[in-house]
Design a protein around this ligand. Structure first.
Ligand SMILES: [Zn+2]
Length: 219
C-alpha cells in the first residue's frame, strides 16, 4: 500500500522517490496557468468548452465518485484524454479518497479491463499539473515495465470512443499540451510534473488504442 501510493504518478511522491527530480515552483519562468487566465477563457467557445448537455459519466464504467481531490466545474476545455500508468495494482478509489493524496484521475482501468470512473467529465481531476483544466485522465493498473494488457487496450479504447461521441475528441494522437486527442502524461513536461509516465511501452500503445477505436467503430 505504501509502496503503491508512493509510486503513483499522480502523487507528488514519484517525482522525488523515483527520479530524484524536485519540481521547483519558485523561480520557474515558464508558462504559468493562473486562475485569471482561466477566467478569461471561461466564456464557452464553439468546440473547446464542455457543454452541459454532454454526458458527465460513462455508462459502461463503474461509477465511484470522489468527495475530495477534484475541482467541481473545473474543466475549462476538452482537449482529449491523457494516459497514465499506476505503478501499482487494484482500484485507486480508496487512495484518491484520502484528502492527503491531493491527486485523482477521471478513470481507472484494471488489468482485466474493468473501468472505474471517479470524477465527472465536467469536473477537473488532479492528474497532470497545468493540464488538469483541459484534459480528462485515465490511470492504467500495472507497471511501466509491462505493456497494457489486451483488455486494457480495449477498455481505454472504449473510454476514448465515448469521449469522441460525447465530447468531440478527434481520432488522433496528441503530442503536446496544446494539441487535441489521445495524449500521454510525459508530453506535458515540467509543467505537468516532470513525469516519465506512462513509460515507453505504454506510450507506444497509444496507436494501438486508436486503431482499436477505429476498428470497433466500423462494427
Ligand atoms: Zn501519470
Amino acid at each position: 500500500m505504501s509502496r503503491r501510493t508512493a509510486m503513483l504518478c499522480t502523487s507528488s511522491g514519484l517525482i522525488a522517490t523515483a527520479f530524484g527530480v524536485v519540481v521547483d515552483r519558485g523561480g520557474d519562468p515558464g508558462p504559468v496557468h493562473t486562475e485569471a487566465q482561466e477566467e478569461s477563457t471561461a466564456e464557452p467557445t464553439a468546440e473547446a468548452a464542455p457543454e452541459p448537455g454532454r454526458q458527465a459519466w460513462m455508462p459502461d464504467a463503474t461509477l465511484r465518485p470522489l468527495s475530495v481531490n477534484f475541482t467541481p466545474g473545473g474543466l475549462k476545455e476538452m482537449r482529449g484524454l491523457v494516459l497514465h500508468v499506476q505503478e501499482g495494482e487494484n482500484s485507486l478509489h480508496d487512495h484518491f479518497s484520502d484528502p492527503a493524496a491531493q491527486a485523482s484521475a477521471h478513470f481507472w482501468v484494471s488489468q482485466s479491463g474493468e473501468i472505474e470512473q471517479y470524477v465527472s467529465a465536467h469536473d477537473r481531476a488532479w492528474a497532470q499539473g497545468t493540464g488538469n483544466p483541459s484534459w480528462l485522465s485515465v490511470e492504467t493498473s500495472g507497471f511501466a515495465s509491462r505493456p497494457l494488457t489486451a483488455q486494457q487496450v480495449d477498455s481505454v479504447a472504449r473510454i476514448y470512443a465515448w469521449g469522441m461521441a460525447q465530447h468531440g475528441w478527434p481520432l488522433e494522437p496528441a503530442s503536446t499540451p496544446q494539441g487535441r486527442g489521445l495524449g500521454i502524461h510525459r508530453m506535458g513536461g515540467r509543467a505537468w510534473g516532470g513525469h516519465s509516465c506512462p513509460g515507453p511501452l505504454r506510450s507506444a500503445q497509444a496507436g494501438e488504442i486508436l486503431s482499436t477505436v477505429r476498428h470497433n467503430s466500423r462494427g
